[in-house]
Design a protein around this ligand. Sequence first.
Ligand code: GCU
Length: 405
Amino acid sequence: IAFAADFPPVSELPVQAELPNPLVMLDGSQIRTKQQWEEARRPELQSLFQHYMYGYLPAATSVKATLTASNTDLFGGKASWKSLALHYGPDGTPPLGLLLIIPNTQKGIPPVFVGINFCGNHTVLTDPKVPLTRSWYRGSCPGCENETATDKGRGGQLDVWNAEMIIDRGYALATFYYGDVDPDKNTNDFMDGVHPHFFKDGQTEPGKHDWGAVAAWAYGVHRVIDFLEMDQTVDTKRLALVGHSRLGKATLFAGALDERIRVVIPHQAGCGGTAPNRFNVGESVERINTSFPHWFNDTFPEFNKEVERLPFDQHCLAALCAPRAVLFSNAEDDQWADPNGQFNMLKAADPVYRFLGVDGLQEGVKPEMGKLIDSRLGYFIRPGKHSMSTEDWKVFLDFADRHLK
Ligand code: GCU
């Protein structure tokens, strides 16, 4: 069994009303050995997701870091932070601002959470020395004025990121602002952020299979991990990735492509991430492509009225993380993200974990509210709304303890 990267046009893909089998190749061959999974089906699925949905990521480029600020006295001396500008990509690619917060008291180098943030690194701590992002700034973020970050927003997301609690639990936190990689604007999005810098010679607009915003944010995660591997102040063999909502979509996609991410936590990611494309519950493929045309590639909308032609569903993205740990976490009031459908995605990814000889999802039924299923395929749902909170972080930390310690 081999994997050929010449995929058919959408109109020639077979209609599959049920979930495609992650252990069957596009040409119908059954995967029978781990080697076939590793060498044929895994790369095929990774390419299928890029080809039809997220767009192809460019090859990794080297990363150079410059220190922009630092402080060794955070949280009463319990932690230090440093801020870096990461330069990557072709000349002119905007730098990514990374904030790395490290426990001072820990013996040995700490495990790390990488987190993609919505509102800038300066909202994660109150310290006035944390640099403000100079990129397009999200309107709903604290202190936003004319799409620009201001000092008024400092510390505005303490309860979203809970850095002190993360430190107290023995982890480092490495976080970056998603807009540094690609502004989240609905219009003309492929022409700003990283995208135009990666055009081929003579290219002036995106190709049909080029990367969208979700893929760009995932690429940013990969470059941050490249840096952490060089920097060696955190233990990159014990690395978890967290993102909320659209950044949860980027989290799962990043985890599916990069085995360095040992624990993958897409929080309330929903459609285009952790929820099925089929079955039309909550947000639909057509709806997401209409509201957010820049998140995926220009081929994905061809499935708007024909989701059953998709040669995968989102369970295959979870399966690509096997045998690593993945947690789908949810909130009861967030039915838009289809928490039930997400549980079914884990169930449908489970056979791949078993095939690889490890446990996947330990329970066949959705757990009661507030109870974490902490098997390699993990699930959590709490009461309340679409948000990321201290309560969620306690669960992320418990899950990471289970799988990284
Ligand atoms: C919208 C969108 C979701 C997305 C969410 C978010 O609700 O429909 O797909 O996850 O925004 O990113 O907050």
